[in-house]
Design a binder for this molecule. Sequence first.
Ligand code: HPA
Length: 282
Amino acid sequence: MINDVNAYMTAVNNAAEYIRKNIPADRKIPKICIVLGSGLAPLASECTEQISLRYADIPGFPVSTVPGHEGRLIVGKLEGKDVFLMSGRFHYYEGYDTSVCTFYVRVMSKLGVEVLFLTNAAGGLLDEMNPADLMVITDHLSFNCDSPLRGPNLDDFGVRFPDQSFVYDKDLVELLAECASELGIRLHKGIYSYSKGPQYETPAEIRALKILGAGAVGMSTVPEAIVASHSGMKVAAVSCISNMAAGISKTALTHEEVIENANKASASSCALVRRFVSKTEV
Ligand code: HPA
């Protein structure tokens, strides 16, 4: 939780300043930030004219808890458009407070980013889903999420009691559906339910979430989407269905299965992101 608004705002400004000064003056500051979830790593190497900043060098950025997986913020071009790519994100289950997991979102907002594109791996709940399918997120269930907005409000970004009716931008959902159809990719639409993790859900929890209308379940995205919408950014989000959720899948869930299916979906997830970037007007 944020206790000291001034200290937090100073940290946000310092991080934004560090990133700005590492972008040459003749380059535009990107207006889109894409968070690379499982299966999207290839986009980092496809990005041209890239400047790569280690999270560890950006003041105030949390340090990765996974050895050998230090995160990187990439500034570069995808489909000829200036983008920020977040290679690596922060999860509550790693021990970070949700206000820490979402620090980068505030920094992106300070830098003038208008569209936050979140991707993730998630368990699927819909009957018509198969592992390695994709789902565009139309709404979320955040009951299990510690609000990243708890504590004093950051008035510089948004209001104390923010509306949540339009967290996922409707036009961007439609744009993603259009991109998927052009590419011949099957794209489900559905509600993403947040789990704190790191344990997967029980079959009873999944049955309950299904009654509540969830289409997918995962351990990221929601804190970031809440903070982005509080900051006035447009949010687009896509889940890669890396496994059928507990109890729907007849076998025990493993991280290996998640990675394997996220990699199977990699070509289509990357193609969808590229097409989205090429068609987004910011
Ligand atoms: N549950 C929660 N998080 C996940 C899952 C799941 O089934 N798959 C990938 N991330």
